[in-house]
Design a protein around this ligand. Structure first.
Ligand code: GCO
Ligand code: MG
Length: 417
């Protein structure tokens, strides 16, 4: 009987995929999904990041029920064919659930390829063009003073790049703690006001330039909450403070207006963590609206498409800043830094300091040292998964949902998180 899903060539070696499983663990409370692909060669398996923390059960089911049977019996070296098979058999393509599932497989197969070759993945991609990736971490606080105090702590630890986020009433101002209401007469007293945010943010950066060393690079994440005109206003207001980048000024629905925003100010514009298709990310790069592309690698389908995006960015003079928050597994973080060291288009890497429980679950998890991230030299990603430890941290249905539902305007209208 012919196997409809088999590719029509004979594998170079008789190595076969024997099992494909999604494993979810939450050692920091945030659900992390990884895919484990096992083979008939004893001890030869790979791990890939498939973390869509808000909808982790959907990714788990997608991998275990819809993907595993397509791959069992296949040759793990045919990465491009296997990942296209997953995409095309669904007919409708793209989206975070599909792409995270594909990424889990894609990265696990690259891990296997590295282990077979006895090389880290960065060498399979052509090798290093830099020793390590410079990172930025997040400083936040209820007040300007608290935010800058947090930044000083990070600078003390060796960071040269810090993202500054300050609370504004209601929803916190993205990335900063929630503070008490300031709109007692409004229908929703604990609302978040874009006008108020626009007024406060330049003051934060003015104070930062006064207080922090001049060589420290400053970043800021708007988290997609502005209109194009407000975005231009903010970019211009922040010009004197020489930001390294201004992130996600517009929601994805208005990305066609990015060229206008970018042209209005010399401040570099970084966009892309909400891209959920390779082609959308490619169009951001080629469309003239971004200075840095910061896709979440698993949301565009894994290492293979992200490497193509890095190459495209190189051609267009755009730099990379791959999304790397706490809802990226340590395998995903390793994929990010792999891209960083192989690509001439590298701009900066968002870092996350994982807790010790995460290091127990994922032995080999990278640590930021003096602000730098350096990939493992071990074959593949050089990161393992201790399944017994992982099971000690079961995931719950996402706390991120509650956070995302928590931002409303003073008039009560739901705001993008
Ligand atoms: C960033 C982010 C994230 C996202 C988070 C959503 O790191 O720049 O915007 O923190 O909010 O990944 O789940
Ligand atoms: Mg962001």
């Amino acid at each position: 009987m012919t196997d409809t899903f088999a590719n029509p060539w004979t594998p170079r070696e008789d190595i076969r995929i024997t099992s494909v499983r999604a494993i979810t663990t939450a050692p920091e409370g945030t659900a992390l999904v990884v895919v484990k692909v096992e083979t008939n060669v004893p001890g030869l398996y790979g791990l890939g990041c498939a973390t869509f923390t808000q909808r982790w059960k959907a990714v788990e089911t997608f991998v275990n029920e819809h993907v595993a049977h397509l791959l069992i019996g296949r040759y793990p070296g045919d990465i491009g064919d296997l990942t296209r098979l997953i995409a095309f058999t669904g007919y409708w393509r793209g989206g975070p659930v599909t792409n995270n599932a594909i990424s889990g497989i894609d990265q696990a197969l690259w891990d296997i390829a590295g282990k077979r070759a006895g090389m880290p993945v960065y060498e399979l991609l052509g090798g290093k063009v830099r020793a390590a990736a410079d990172t930025y971490l997040h400083a936040s606080g209820r007040t300007i003073d608290e935010t800058l105090g947090d930044a000083e702590r990070l600078i003390e630890e060796g960071q040269r790049f810090v993202r500054l986020q300050q609370s504004t009433p209601g929803g916190g101002g993205y990335g900063a703690p929630r503070v008490p209401t300031e709109y007692p007469d409004a229908p929703y007293r604990d609302g978040w006001s874009a006008r108020d945010y626009l007024r406060r943010t330049p003051a934060l950066f003015e104070a930062a330039r006064d207080r922090l060393p001049a060589n420290i690079e400053l970043l800021h994440d708007v988290h997609s909450r502005l209109t194009p005109k407000d975005a231009i206003w903010l970019a211009r207001a922040l010009e004197p403070y020489r930001l390294f980048f201004l992130e996600d000024v517009l929601p994805p629905e208005h990305w066609d207006r990015l060229p206008e925003v970018r042209a209005a100010s010399p401040l570099p514009i970084a966009v892309g963590e909400l891209t959920t298709s390779f082609t959308d990310a490619a169009r951001l790069i080629s469309g003239g609206g971004v200075d840095l592309i910061r896709s979440h690698v698993s949301d565009v389908g894994g290492l293979t498409p992200a490497k193509k995006l890095a190459d495209l960015a190189e051609v267009f003079g755009v730099r990379t800043a791959w999304h790397g928050p706490g809802d990226t597994s340590p395998i995903g973080a390793a994929a990010n830094v792999t891209l960083d060291v192989v690509s001439p288009a590298f701009g900066i890497q968002e870092g996350h300091v994982y807790n010790e429980a995460t290091h127990d679950v994922f032995p080999g998890t990278l640590r930021i040292v003096d602000g730098w991230l350096t990939p493992n030299d071990a074959p593949g990603w050089g990161i393992d998964l201790d399944e017994v430890a992982a099971a000690r941290y079961p995931a719950e249905l996402s706390g991120h949902d509650a956070w995302a539902a928590g931002v409303r305007r003073p008039d009560g209208a739901l705001e993008a998180p």
